[in-house]
Design a protein around this ligand. Sequence first.
Ligand code: SF4
Length: 206
Amino acid sequence: MNFQEESLQNENQEDFGLPIPEGFENKQLRIAGVEPESFVDGPGIRFTIFTQGCKHHCLECHNPQTHDFNGGHLISLSELMEMIEENPLLDGVTFSGGDPMEQAETLVPLAREIKERGLNLIIYTGYTYEALIARQAENPARLELLTFADILVDGPFVLAQRSLSLKYRGSKNQRLIDVQASLSAGRAVLHQIQLEEMENRPDLFE
Ligand code: SF4
C-alpha cells in the first residue's frame, strides 16, 4: 500500500470509527434498494438487500426493475454494513434481487462480516443449488459466497407453479435449502422450515 492509499484508508476508518473489514476497500455493490426491517424475506427481523441485475427474466417477476445490470445505484460495502449495524434487533440479513449470485465476488466480504457479527444469512438466487455446484469452476466466487449462507432460496420463479401460501418463496419449484448441511452432505438438503411446511401443509406440494 502506498502513502496515498494508506491515507485514504485511514480517512475512511475515521469516518466509520472502525477498522475497514477485510475485502471492503473501495468495493461497491450495485443495488436496487434495501429494506431495513423485513419480515417476509426469511425468519425473524431482517435487513434485505435487493441487488441489481438478473439474467433469468422469469415470467411475471415481481421485481422487473432489478433486471438491468446498469440500473439501480452503487453503494459501498462500508455504508451497507453501517446501515445493518444501526438495528440491534436484527436476526439476519437477506441478499435478494435481482440475483445476488451475479455480484458474488463483491458480496463475499460483506457476507463474511455479517456472519462474524453473529447474524444469519439468507441468499435468494434464480440458479438451482445443483447448477451453482456443477458450474463452480466458471465462477468460484458463487461457491465461496454460498459457504457463508444459512439458507439458500433457489431456482427461478415459475408462474405455472406459483403459490401464495409458501413461506418466503413464490413458486413450488423453489426450495429452502440448508446450505451448511448440503455442503457437508454433498447434495441439496432441505431446511427444517421447509420440512415442517411439507409435514404440516402437504397440500401445498401436490
Ligand atoms: S430470478 Fe428473481 S429477480 Fe430474477 S427474474 Fe426470476 S424472479 Fe425476477
